[in-house]
Design a protein. Structure first.
Length: 186
């Protein structure tokens, strides 16, 4: 694995992302996945699938996710995943708020990073890397030391090579395809 994340914050949650974070093959040492969702129906759907995993907590807010962020202790999370809101303006506001409040040791992952508004809102971190084999793109932002760009480039090459033959939503297939690339080093 490239990094051993233990505390993950998902701003906006999905069936694919939540189940991937909770998959012990992906994050074997995950202690807590906190999800913030402002769509109660969607939160219920995801919670139904993850309810048997005590590591997952769902927080539902009736407000924009960006407006909920001051209530979150951002410095406790190793990884912050942003995939909230239907309106791009709302997600851009979430991204901008996270960039201001995040711990400098957190890795921030932004779904749909091909959207120029999201790229502009994601200022601050020294490093950035984009997985662009598929649309939507995924942006990864961090300050020095956490991730190694050569490993990310190799992983992106493997994803690109498998992109034409793999189902993007088939987590088991991807884990099999990439297992040698995300294995612990050394």
């Amino acid at each position: 694995m490239l990094v051993d994340f233990k505390y993950v914050l998902a701003l906006g949650t999905g069936l694919y992302s939540a189940l991937t974070f909770l998959d012990r093959r992906v994050l074997p040492n995950l202690v807590q996945l906190d999800s913030v969702e402002n769509n109660a129906g969607w939160a219920c759907r995801v919670s139904t699938v993850t309810q048997n995993d005590a590591r997952h907590r769902m927080f539902i807010t009736g407000r924009a996710v960006a407006d909920y962020l001051p209530e979150i202790p951002m410095d406790r999370y190793d990884l912050i995943f942003i995939d909230d809101s239907i309106a791009s303006e709302d997600r851009a506001r979430t991204i901008h708020s996270v960039m201001r409040a995040r711990s400098r040791t957190s890795v921030v992952v932004i779904h749909d990073f091909e959207v120029p508004q999201y790229r502009r809102a994601a200022n601050g971190p020294k490093e950035r890397f984009v997985f662009d084999a598929f649309i939507p793109h995924v942006g990864i932002l961090w300050d020095g030391g956490t991730l190694a760009k050569p490993q990310l480039r190799e992983l992106r090459n493997q994803v690109s090579a498998a992109a034409n033959t793999s189902n993007a939503a088939d987590r088991d297939s991807w884990l099999s395809t990439l297992s040698c690339r995300i294995a612990p080093q050394g």
